[in-house]
Design a protein around this ligand. Structure first.
Ligand code: ADP
Ligand code: ADP
Length: 226
């Protein structure tokens, strides 16, 4: 589903944020991406929906080469990828309902479908009773769940989460991870960047480890040359 071949990323004027990354994530897998701050976790995630372009190597999503994807097809690529951020990135002047509806509106979903699907997504994250609230009136954990509902509402085959539990206490973090496992069981392919080693150890999914831009462990028992 997601394949990287010799991928490198150097930011303009910066050092190499990722170097020579090769990996393969199968459809329906859930993998954690771990490593210290600055290891390259966010950069790796941002390459998948082409929020950043690699400076070396090749990325394939569902066997399609991103390098060969015409610019006008990028919105379509992004519609197939739900993103969840540490800081939620909600629209604070809009109701919870409208935040979650956004990807459906962008995708041109028929109006009568939107209400039903937004409620299905809010129901999944346990926030059906908050659809008429503004995000500021919700707790941090609830805001994160609104972000998750928005990411899944259009049923994208791929979900990417960047430090989704970074601001949450252990109990809430565990709840968020259980939600991710549920979406994974429904078929979503997931990459979750996190430095919460305690939580990751407890869950026991495949783990990619980055150090200083290099993939030092791909979680398949194949330690790579540093
Ligand atoms: P992590 O998510 O593991 O903390 P990042 O992918 O954010 O790591 O960062 C990897 C490296 O790339 C760091 O050295 C960081 O300073 C650098 N970096 C990240 N984003 C940018 C950017 N937009 N411009 C220049 N350098 C960046
Ligand atoms: P729908 O009414 O949209 O068919 P379901 O009751 O089947 O909804 O699922 C409820 C919600 O769970 C969906 O709106 C979606 O947010 C999420 N969901 C279900 N399946 C998947 C999947 N394969 N990938 C991502 N999210 C999913």
């Amino acid at each position: 589903m997601i394949r990287l071949q010799g991928v490198g990323k150097r930011y303009p004027g910066g050092k190499e944020a990722l170097s020579n990354i090769s990996l393969h994530i199968n459809r329906g897998e859930l993998v954690f991406v771990t490593g210290h701050s600055g290891a390259g976790k966010s950069t790796l995630l941002r390459l998948i929906p082409l929020l950043e372009r690699p400076t070396r190597g090749q990325i394939f999503i569902a066997s399609m080469s991103l390098a060969r994807l015409p610019r006008r097809r990028i919105p379509l690529l992004r519609r197939g990828i739900g993103m969840i951020f540490q800081d939620h990135r909600l629209l604070y002047d809009r109701l919870v309902f409208d935040n979650v509806a956004l990807p459906l509106i962008i995708a041109g979903t028929p109006y009568r479908e939107i209400g039903r699907r937004v409620r299905a997504a809010l129901d999944k994250v346990g926030l059906l009773d908050k659809e008429r609230h503004y995000p500021v009136t919700l707790s941090s954990g609830e805001q994160q769940r609104v972000g998750i509902a928005r990411a899944v509402v259009a049923r994208p085959p791929i979900l990417l989460a960047d430090e989704p539990t970074g601001n949450l206490d252990p109990a809430l973090s565990g709840e968020i991870m259980r939600l991710f496992e549920q979406f994974n069981e429904l078929g979503a392919t997931m990459m979750i960047a996190s430095h919460d080693v305690t939580l990751i150890n407890r869950l026991g999914h495949r783990r990619l480890t980055l150090a200083d831009g290099k993939l030092i462990d791909d979680g398949l028992g194949q330690r790579q040359e540093i």
